[in-house]
Design a protein around this ligand. Structure first.
Ligand code: KIV
Length: 272
């Protein structure tokens, strides 16, 4: 069953703006490799995010900080080769854009040139404004990311909901307006109160994609491995699991091991 209108042969930043204007919700999921990116794309997801969550999900790090620009480019190249329809968006990793705007532009250009990605995403508001401006001036589409920004986890000290206090909420609104003003084509809002997220989605004309930000925004994003239930450990309130792949995969692999040990596999039709 599909409720997506799917009238966009190739999703572009322009199609996302149109989706918001038409009230069509935008679906976004992460992918880090060719095979899963192909499945996500065939299923009709609009935006495929090569997230720096690869640092956690693929490499097993506790935070997103260790992943490098070279590693992000490697993942992005694999995803691009698997995608025909969706817009492929790539995270600029920690350390690749915070220093100065020249460094930020160099990093964004490397991602676009070496992977063939369609756009980049980076975390933060006014503190990274000059980097965002410089990247956009070079013709590279940028998506912002506000609220819980995991690259700043050591500053926050916790992964709890952001902007519950008025001062932080007001700052978030100003940051979102600034992202629109400098030309971002959208922004992610992570783990902020649903009412605040809805207010921001009404204020700005660019699409607001939420994760743990309620249903009043213009689209949703989840980490693919989380929504497929690959792990049982990570269970935030915002996560809906659509499969229990953890159980399925372990069951299948146990069955295979058992078949090998009992000499059931391979049978006659499975040999030459
Ligand atoms: O890296 C990532 O997966 C993300 C999403 C959580 C939005 O940035």
């Amino acid at each position: 069953m599909s409720v997506a209108k799917n009238t966009y042969n190739r999703v572009t930043t322009n199609s996302l703006l149109k989706m918001k204007a038409n009230g069509e919700k935008i679906s976004m999921l992460t992918a880090y490799d060719f095979t899963l990116a192909g499945l996500v794309d065939q299923a009709g997801v609009d935006v495929i995010l090569v997230g720096d969550s690869a640092s956690n999900v693929i490499a097993g790090h506790e935070t997103t900080l260790p992943i490098t620009l070279d590693q992000m480019i490697y993942h992005a190249g694999a995803v691009i080769r698997g995608v025909k329809r969706g817009l492929v968006l790539v995270d600029l990793p920690f350390g690749a854009y915070q220093g100065d705007s020249k460094e930020a532009l160099k990093s964004a250009i490397r991602i676009m040139k070496e992977s063939g990605a369609h756009a980049v995403k980076l975390e933060g508001g006014f503190q990274v404004k000059s980097s965002i401006e410089r990247i956009i001036q070079a013709g590279i589409p940028v998506m912002g990311h506000l609220g819980l920004t995991p690259q700043s986890i050591y500053k926050f000290g916790t992964y709890t909901v952001r902007a519950k206090e008025e001062a932080e909420a007001n700052q978030l609104i100003e940051d979102a307006k600034m992202l629109e003003e400098v030309g971002c084509f959208g922004l992610v809002l992570e783990k902020v109160p649903a009412k605040l997220a809805e207010k921001i989605a009404l204020i700005v004309s660019i699409p607001v994609i939420g994760i743990g930000a309620g249903n009043g925004v213009d689209g949703q994003v989840l980490v693919l491995h989380d929504m497929l239930g690959m792990s049982k450990e990570f269970s935030p309130r915002f996560l809906r699991r659509y499969l229990d792949l953890h159980t399925e995969i372990i069951g299948a692999i146990q069955q295979y091991t058992n078949d090998v040990k009992t000499k059931d596999f391979p049978n006659e039709s499975e040999q030459y």
